[in-house]
Design a protein around this ligand. Structure first.
Ligand code: PLP
Length: 396
């Protein structure tokens, strides 16, 4: 009885430990307030500064920020000239927008199966999925673990395809000692600044590239397809008011309020990743060789940003996932599943995609649960997660 009460008290004290969470401090708040008190709350000096800081952090030539990662994908595919009749190859273990953005442009996403120890797309399956219609490969750095970019770049050179990295999980990660986003092996890299990602601007995203033509088009696409840059005008400038719409763009801008938050957050990115990696070390140690689930591995070419910490249930627990998931939630662990294979969604099924096309991804989905991992977790939170996980699995 006494034990129950103290356990209860402990639970009440403890906040809900979500699978991911932002870390906002006073310096972030001050940076945002400063913009709110200034003359320009959107499209002022912070936008360019955030872009500059992002591109220098990743060592790419250009960064263009957008109102979300999804908008950034739409823009990247647009400037890559992905259109009706084209195919892009991506992983089914991703968030919807990687594939949806191809549908925005009437192109067709093709799904290639994964490697189960990282959850990343398997280059061998990409090769099998390439057709005459393939325009781009869109590898997802799942959970922050970079894909083997060199192998993918070898593949595309044979077929003359583009590579657009879905690095929404991987800001701050490294591939062969270089930051993801350098675009050394790709044409563009897409990031997201949703609150659960490496850094946040509330909502937000970016495309990085080393290609100047893409850069100019990305800027235009973000603001109605319009340019105010004289050198780019197709027609004679009739005066200083003159601006030209050359393509059909959107309003996908990120505000100065958000960019101020981004600038402030980016300064702490390396610390955030460091803390994520410390927590992962504690998890790895606690969970090594356990009888209930497997862990993802980190390959020798990768330094993961550990956006997620997915555990993969052993075969004999696969059918108990629902029960285990519910119990973990009851214990205050905000576990989540990343992801339902995209083509299982009713919208995709209605487009003709069938279950069974990527068996490894489907098996991964059946086993996967993401447990809490974010930089503001203290060691007591981490110990609590470990204790509850063992409790729940032992009862299962
Ligand atoms: C978050 C995310 C996106 C989309 O980003 P938003 O900013 O939420 O629009 C795309 N792909 C992956 C893998 C993501 O995790």
């Amino acid at each position: 009885m006494e034990e129950l009460t103290s356990k209860d008290a402990r639970f009440k004290q403890r906040r809900f430990l979500s699978y991911g969470h932002q870390l906002i401090d006073d310096s972030d708040i001050e940076a945002v307030v400063k913009v709110l008190k200034s003359d320009m709350i959107t499209q002022g000096p912070c936008v360019g500064e955030f872009e500059q800081n992002l591109s220098s952090y990743c060592r790419a030539n250009y960064a263009v920020v957008f109102s979300s990662g999804t908008a950034a994908f739409h823009a990247a595919y647009f400037v890559a000239n992905i259109k009706k009749g084209d195919e892009i190859i991506t992983s089914p273990i991703t968030f919807l927008s990687t594939a949806n953005a191809a549908l925005f442009l009437s192109a067709r996403p093709v799904f290639a199966d994964i490697e189960e120890d990282t959850g990343n797309i398997n280059p061998g399956f990409i090769k099998k999925a390439i057709t005459k219609k393939t325009k781009a490969i869109v590898p997802v750095h799942y959970a922050g673990h970079p894909v083997h970019l060199e192998r993918i770049s070898e593949l595309v050179q044979e077929h003359n395809l583009l590579v657009i990295e879905d690095a929404c999980h991987a800001l701050g990660a490294e591939y062969k000692n270089e930051k993801v986003g350098s675009c050394r092996y790709s044409d563009m890299t897409v990031f997201s600044f949703h609150p659960v990602k490496s850094i946040t601007t509330g909502e937000g995203g970016a495309v990085l590239t080393n290609n100047k033509e893409y850069y100019k088009k990305l800027i235009m696409f973000r603001q109605h397809g319009m340019t105010k840059n004289k050198a780019d005008f197709k027609e004679f400038s009739s005066g200083d008011w003159y601006h030209e719409m050359q393509i059909l763009g959107y309003n996908y801008r990120l505000t100065d309020i958000q960019c101020a938050l981004g600038i402030s957050q980016l300064k702490k990115l390396d610390e955030f990743i460091q803390r994520r990696r410390e927590i992962v070390e504690i998890y790895k140690d606690a969970f090594k060789e356990n009888e209930f689930f497997d862990l993802l591995v980190e390959k020798n070419y990768a330094r993961s940003s550990w956006h997620l910490y997915p555990i993969r249930l052993k075969d004999r627990f696969k059918d108990k996932k629902r029960e285990i998931f519910t119990k973990l939630r009851e214990e205050g662990l905000g576990v989540q599943v990343h992801y339902i294979p995209v083509y299982w969604q009713p919208y995709y099924r209605q487009l003709g995609y069938e279950k069974g096309i990527c068996p490894k991804a489907e098996d991964f989905y059946r086993k996967d649960i993401s447990i809490p991992l974010y930089p503001s977790m203290d060691n007591e939170d981490v110990a609590y997660v470990i204790e509850k996980i063992f409790e729940v699995f032992q009862e299962a």
